[in-house]
Design a protein around this ligand. Structure first.
Ligand code: ADP
Ligand code: MG
Ligand code: MG
Ligand code: MG
Length: 399
């Protein structure tokens, strides 16, 4: 009965009436498809008063922005719903609530966050949410700690690693993040004026060696249940509140990948600001982004350390110095993954609005050039940067 079919707006309304958990379900009357992502259908479901009450998200069997020529597993709907449900269990204040999902229809119903705004859009407009980075750090610490070997029983952990392998979505990351930008690949997409910089990436042996290490750890280090795609477009913000959405890339991977993706998107905005705002506002915004980077890392590390001291179930990992030793490795990984995010979002296929919306072409190209150069610097320097102040100094040095 629930055999897969692509939902129409009417299907989405009917589905939300049945599974949206609303007492006045029959008041839901219309749906609007609002998906702006690359992969899925997203419907807002409205009641008679025109108020949006729940959201229905359905995976399509292909990549939406490419078409039927790039098929993609519907399994990702299960992975997204179960990842968000797991993260909600550990951090309900910063995770969207999943109300229902159906694996065969590849559909889920979730709480409506229409009063929130996508963080990337706010960052592009120069609007600052002073609590957002502390909250994102808290989300990362809670979700990653409680799904790591510090906390999970080893049998439970191993069972989960199997349940969340997510090979097809990981392959997208493996290719787009770690392979394409360092090869002459047709999916790459960058301004012709930056050909020389891009060719340099392909010929830089030290860089390629570090990137190979980052990819290798992405393949093999099942440290915790990652969100897997925690860029500023997967984060909703409101005054004093933040919620993560869109976890279809969730799998057990290196903790530094999630932290680095989050840091990388703050840095993409840092690179773009001179093209987005007037000189004075851009300079202020950049200082805020550097503070954001500091707050994000310090919150994550301090909260993780506190959780480990308080709640670690493995006696050996709970040894007092071990968490700090391991967090140093996570820091180095995070800087490396942050650098690779800068490069894959500029040289690779998928871009970010921060840079793409810069109107002046010469300025846009300069900002992209900066992001590539900063990405490269961070990837190569990552193993040698041992604290947050040094990281911020390196970012400033790069321009
Ligand atoms: P994709 O996986 O295709 O990127 P997302 O989960 O990111 O899909 O959703 C796409 C867009 O739909 C988001 O950028 C946001 O504008 C909107 N959206 C997603 N979930 C919600 C929600 N719970 N409440 C309100 N809007 C949402
Ligand atoms: Mg998305
Ligand atoms: Mg483009
Ligand atoms: Mg998505």
């Amino acid at each position: 009965m629930s055999q897969y079919r692509t939902f129409t707006a009417a299907d989405a309304v009917e589905y939300a009436q049945r599974f949206g958990g609303l007492r006045d379900a029959s008041s839901l009357v219309t749906a609007e498809e609002i998906g702006d992502g690359n992969l899925n259908l997203v419907f807002k479901i409205f009641d008679r008063d025109g108020i949006s009450r729940v959201v229905v998200k359905q995976a399509l069997p292909w990549v939406r922005c490419v078409g039927e020529s790039w098929p993609l597993t519907l399994e990702r709907a299960r992975l997204e719903a179960e990842t968000l449900t797991e993260h909600y269990r550990h951090c309900p204040q910063h995770t969207v609530k999943v109300l229902h999902y159906d694996a065969e229809l590849a559909v889920m119903v979730m709480e409506d966050l229409s009063s929130y705004r996508i963080w990337r859009g706010e960052l592009v407009q120069g609007r600052h949410y002073p609590q957002a980075t502390r909250q994102l750090g808290e989300y990362l610490a809670q979700t990653l700690f409680h799904t790591s070997d510090f906390y999970l029983h080893p049998h439970e952990k191993k069972a989960r690693v199997i349940r969340f392998t997510n090979p097809e979505m990981c392959e997208i990351t493996e290719d787009l993040f770690f392979t394409d930008p360092y090869e002459d690949h047709p999916r790459n997409d960058y301004p012709a004026q930056l050909e020389a910089e891009v060719v340099e990436l392909r010929n830089d042996e030290r860089l390629r060696n570090e990137v190979a290490g980052l990819k290798h750890r992405f393949f093999s280090h099942a440290e915790a249940h990652l969100h897997g795609d925690i860029h500023s477009g997967s984060v909703f913000v409101a005054d004093g509140s933040l919620k993560a959405i869109d976890a279809e890339f969730g799998y057990f991977g290196p903790v530094g990948f999630d932290v680095g993706t989050a840091l990388g998107n703050l840095l993409l905005n840092y690179c773009a600001l001179p093209g987005l705002l007037a000189t004075r506002e851009a300079a202020d915004g950049r200082e805020q982004r550097l503070q954001d980077i500091r707050t994000l890392w310090l919150t994550f590390a301090e909260r993780f350390q506190a959780l480990a001291a308080e709640k670690s179930r493995d006696r050996t990992l709970a040894w007092p110095d071990y968490t700090a030793t391991w967090l140093k490795k996570v820091f180095a990984d995070s800087i490396g993954y942050c650098g690779s995010e800068l490069i894959r979002r500029t040289v690779g296929m998928a871009h970010v609005a921060d840079l793409e919306t810069i109107q002046d072409e010469a300025m846009r190209i300069e900002c992209i050039r900066h992001a590539i150069s900063l990405g490269k610097t961070l990837i190569v320097a990552a193993p040698h940067i041992d604290n947050i102040d040094t990281l911020i100094a390196r970012i400033r040095q790069n321009g």
